[in-house]
Design a protein around this ligand. Structure first.
Ligand code: PLP
Length: 400
């Protein structure tokens, strides 16, 4: 027991997954084969969106979202500092300005009231978009955000990397799945190994907007289209001959500056195989969360555990703990690799250089002093979780 590393999150690769990958490796396609579309269709169905676009990783997904929404110099976008840096960086890739807004100290999510105050303080048209993050797996109430965004003419990119399978219940009592495209223009997911569904590297954008969907398909592959209905140059030019009635078979056009952000077919096969078990994984995550919550109910050294919140996808199980650095080091001595999510993004040297400073986001900065993410992944055994809980209790007993 003492010798096995317990990380905060890890992938689970089954025999079935291996079979799916090997099958694809033995097929005619390595990249952009039939598995990509199969994965996209299945994923769109899983979250309840019309369209899905598979990509090389979640960061590429964010980048293309920002491009598709025309982020450029002068575009101002609001996001939370308590997220992985990519949520903000995608705006910077396109030359836009990131405006951080503080979290709610209880939910750790972007505080809609703070965003409203920010919007009210400037003339309409100052800001163009919001990137809310379903942080830790807890779904943002996007119905409320959409109402606010509509009022100010803003778009929304939902960063749902932590929350495939998560949801919130809207004002009419309907379940709104993360990434279903109902209350956001675009949503993004990551298939990095610590996330719910692993494909090595990998990402997905989901949307209900056909125009954005078509743009994304082009941006994913160098800005190139092979769809004859969209061609701009003439048939004669395309064929290199006169009086042509059709475009020749080889013809394609690069119409916009795109990237190579494709996922490979064998990664899509892995993602698809993992997606088939996604609900099982969420159930197990919820059971783990419940057990932590029960174990810590009467403990004064811990607060803020997200116990049994409906619709929580539990990518992370975060607590705020006294003597956090002591606890982190003690757990590490016992090969329990808890993690900190996140160092506030606005205080990364890159963003400090852009003018952000300590004191700008008091709730985020205070949260950072105490937060720690405990091991949370479907293959964490009961025995391992007991070991983790036991070590946490021992640490605080030794303190008192
Ligand atoms: C993982 C993650 C990303 C980036 O995804 P990659 O696939 O690692 O590029 C973006 N945002 C959040 C919130 C994430 O957790």
């Amino acid at each position: 027991m003492e010798n096995k590393i317990i990380p905060y999150g890890r992938q689970n690769i089954t025999e079935e997954d291996l079979k799916a990958v090997v099958e694809t490796l033995n097929s005619d396609y390595l990249t952009q084969g039939p598995k990509i579309e199969e994965f996209e269709v299945a994923f769109a169905k899983y979250v309840g969106s019309k369209y899905a676009v598979a990509l090389a990783n979640g960061t590429a997904a964010l980048h293309l979202c920002a491009l598709a929404l025309d982020v450029k110099e002068g575009t101002k976008v609001i996001t939370t500092p308590i997220t992985f840096a990519a949520s903000a960086n995608c705006i910077r890739y396109c030359g836009g300005e990131v405006v951080f807004s503080d979290i709610d100290p209880d939910t750790y999510l972007l505080d809609i009231n703070k965003v409203r105050t920010l919007l009210e303080a400037s003339p309409k048209g100052t800001y163009q978009g919001i990137v809310p993050v379903d942080f830790g797996g807890r779904a943002v109430n996007l119905e409320e955000f959409k109402a606010l965004a509509d009022e100010y003419g803003l778009w929304i990119i939902e960063d749902a990397c932590h929350a495939p399978g998560g949801y919130f219940t809207d004002s009419k009592g309907a379940i709104q799945n993360c990434g279903n495209g109902k209350n956001a223009d675009l949503a993004i997911f990551s298939f990095h190994p610590v996330k719910h569904i692993a494909s090595g590297e990998g990402g997905m954008i989901t949307t209900n907007d056909e125009e954005l969907y078509k743009k994304l398909l082009m941006l994913r592959t160098h800005g190139i289209t092979k769809n004859a209905d969209c061609f701009i140059n003439t048939k004669d030019f395309a064929a290199g001959a006169e009086n042509q009635t059709a475009y020749p078979g080889w013809y394609m056009e690069m119409q916009t500056l795109g990237y190579n952000y494709r996922l490979t077919d064998f990664q899509a096969a892995l993602g698809l195989s993992q997606l088939n078990r996604a609900d099982e994984g969420i159930d197990r995550r919820r059971a783990i969360a419940l057990k932590y919550a029960e174990a810590f109910t009467d403990k004064t050294f811990i607060k803020g555990q997200a116990d049994s919140i409906e619709g929580h996808a539990y990518h992370l199980y975060i607590i705020e703990a006294e003597n956090r650095v002591g606890l982190y080091n003690y757990l590490r001595e016992h090969k329990i690799f808890a993690q900190i999510h996140y160092i506030p993004c606005h205080l990364m040297p890159y963003y400090r250089e852009l003018g952000w400073k300590e004191g700008d986001m008091p709730h985020s900065e205070n949260y950072y002093k105490y937060c720690i993410s405990l091991p949370m992944y479907p293959t964490l055994t009961d025995e391992e979780q007991d070991f983790v809980i036991g070590k946490i209790n021992t640490f605080y007993e030794l303190q008192s």
